[in-house]
Each structure stands twice: as C-alpha cells, then as structure tokens.
Design a protein around this ligand. Structure first.
Ligand SMILES: *Cc1c(COP(=O)(O)O)cnc(C)c1O
Length: 360
C-alpha cells in the first residue's frame, strides 16, 4: 500500500493552480536581459511610502502573535467601505477569506454555481471541499444572465460565486442584476470585488440589506500589497461569529495588519495610482491593435485570433513581455489572453511588441 491512498479522495481531483512563468524563468529560458511581467494583475507602483514606514515599525513585533481580532482595522475598513465594522472579517487575502467560506458552507455533493470564465481558484476550492461546480455560461459580452443562474439553483446549492469586475473578462455586475439574484435564491451569493477600486461601481450599498450577500475584497491589487496577504470579507452579521470560529486564528500577520492600517490611512495615494492605471488602461484599448474588451479592472482581456492564445503568448514572451494565456481558464476558448496594465513605459513596450506580431 502506498501512502497516497491515505489522501482524501477529493484531493486527486483538484486541479493544480497554474501560475504564469516568472521573470527569472523567462530570462533563463530565452536568454533575455529585460523582461516585463503583465500577467498577474499586480500593481506596478507598489504601496504608499506610509505603508513602507509602518512595516519598518512593525519589524519590532515579529516575535509576538497577532491578536485574533483587530477592531481598529475593522473600524478603518468600516470607514473606508461605509459598511458596519461588525460585518467586517479579515483573512489571508481574498483567497484566505474564500477558503474559510468554503469550509463554512461546502461539503461533499453541495453545489456551487460559478459563471465562467472567471477566477480559477473558485473551482479549485470547490473541488477541495467536494463541491459540485456548475459552470454556468455567460452571454456574448460575458455578462451573467440572472435567469439562467436562478434556474441552476437547486436545494443542494449553497454558494453562487460572482466576480465583479470579473477576472479575466473585465466586466462588472450591475447592482439591479445582483439584487434580482439575491432576492430570488435561497443560497449565499459571494461577490468577489478584488478589483473594486478600479471599477465604476460596486455592491457595498447592498451589504446592509441582504442576509445572503458576502463581498470579498483585498489589499493585493489597488493598494499594491499582494505580497503581504491580507484581505477582508463583508458578511451579514449572523455569519460573523461562525466565520471567526472557522477562520485560522492567526491567518493574517502583524506586518499585514500594520500594512493594511497604513494603506487605509493613505487612501489618497491609492486613488492617485488607480487614476494613472485607469488612464493607461484606456490608452491600451485605443493603441493595442488587437481586439480588447471593455474593462473595469487593472487588466484587459483580448482576442488574438487568428493566432492561438498560446502561440501569441509564446511569441510575446520571446520579446520579453509576459502576459496570461487564458486557454486553461474554463470557458475562455483558445484565442483569449489577459494583459495587466503596467507603467506607461511597460505599456509602450507591450504596444510596440504586439505591433510587431500583428503587423499593423
Ligand atoms: C487576484 C485575485 C484574488 C486574490 O486576491 P488575494 O487577496 O491576493 O488573495 C481574488 N480574486 C480575484 C478575482 C483575483 O483576481
């Protein structure tokens, strides 16, 4: 008997998370000097200097555990979002918050509705907990169809996972559509707003009115703190004590907590960066000579047919530009790519490199 028979059966069926190639890997493989990575929707500007200073201060705290509850950070998040601080929970990024939500709701055979294409981690989490994922399609603009989603719900459906703005397609869900779903289903609706700061609207105003709405947010994208691993959930109040029981007690560290506090003390900085990134996003839409989709995130989806996404991504990589090939994103087809909006000089190089490929 080999020991891997001891693994839970679900584990065998979990698809591995496939990250993009790193800058180092591409440097080695193609012998290139200069590489730009526009593949992981990272914020090229990083956090505010106030955050850097706060992190240095917290270096004296590394020997002690964080507190289990950080009321002053919940206060700050409450102030920033306009949501009651008693509805705020913390986690190790949106990924960490989502993991705890799956632990709370999903056991073998429970159904999870995941309109696709979308962020691949939802499907991985569902598989880990033995959930049955239903990959509801989207209409031609990649908008979700509330009627189809509601029709998918059965007595075994626990979660509907919506991403808004949706990674990788870039579109946001209008609040009237979200309300319609919330009111017509007897299950939890999770809205992942990892990119909310780049969007024209969000669902915060609905949090106080629905007992089945959960919003997840992060410091990884607009605040430039992906390496710290801190995010938060905005939950109906009844769910908060259950979340606190199930979330790992020390899921966010002292540095992450200090960094998040400081980031919220300098929202002005974040807004100035978001302004630049949105301006560059619109410039890319104009200047890239491939078909892009409208986006409310810090990234763009594009269709590169007649090229295949793999061929296109590989050719661009040889020119020193790493982007995301979406062929492994369920429901994205074989000609879609995703490009993160970089700094202006990175975007210039991207535009130039793509011009060389499509000869326009
Ligand atoms: C990047 C991303 C995340 C991960 O956020 P973390 O807070 O870094 O875990 C979650 N959801 C979506 C849609 C993302 O694109």
């Amino acid at each position: 008997m080999s020991f891997d028979e001891l693994l839970r059966k679900e584990v065998k069926n979990v698809p591995a998370y496939v990250p993009g190639k790193s800058i180092e890997e591409v440097k080695q493989e193609f012998g290139l000097e200069k590489i730009i990575k526009l593949a992981s929707n990272e914020n090229p500007y990083g956090p505010s200097q106030k955050v850097i200073r706060a992190l240095k201060d917290h270096l004296n705290n590394l020997n002690v555990y964080p507190r289990i509850d950080i009321p002053e950070l919940r206060d700050k998040i409450g102030e920033y979002t306009g949501v009651d601080r008693d509805q705020v929970v913390l986690g190790a990024g949106v990924d960490g918050v989502l993991e705890t939500l799956f632990k709370l709701f999903i056991r073998k055979g429970d159904e999870v509705i995941i309109p696709s294409p979308t962020f691949p981690y939802y499907e991985i989490l569902s598989a880990i907990y033995g959930g049955m994922s239903k990959y509801e399609g989207r209409n031609e603009n990649y908008d979700i169809d509330p009627d189809r989603i509601v029709a998918d719900v059965t007595s075994r459906t626990k979660l509907i996972i919506l991403c808004s703005p949706n990674n990788p397609t870039g579109n946001s869900i209008p609040n009237n559509v979200l309300k319609e779903i919330l009111e017509r289903v007897h299950c939890m609706v999770v809205v992942d707003e990892a990119y909310a700061e780049f969007a024209d609207w969000n669902a915060l105003e609905l949090v106080s009115s629905y007992e089945n709405l959960i919003i997840t947010r992060t410091f990884s994208k607009a605040f430039g703190l992906a390496g710290l691993r801190i995010g938060y959930g905005l939950l109906p109040e009844w769910l908060v004590p259950e979340y606190m029981k199930i979330n790992p007690p020390f899921s966010t560290g002292n540095l992450a907590i200090g960094g998040a506090m400081a980031a919220l003390e300098d929202v002005k900085y974040m807004k100035s960066i978001v302004r630049i990134i949105k301006k560059e996003r619109e410039r890319l839409i104009k200047e890239l000579c491939i078909h892009t989709y409208p986006s409310q995130g810090n990234f763009l989806m594009a269709d590169v047919s007649p090229f295949s996404s793999s061929e296109f991504t590989e050719t661009l990589m040889k020119k020193g530009v790493i982007i995301r090939d979406l062929k492994r994103f369920r429901g994205a087809g074989t000609t879609k790519i995703r490009i993160s909006v970089g700094k202006p000089e990175e975007n210039d190089l991207l535009i130039k490199s793509i011009k060389e490929i499509v000869k326009c």
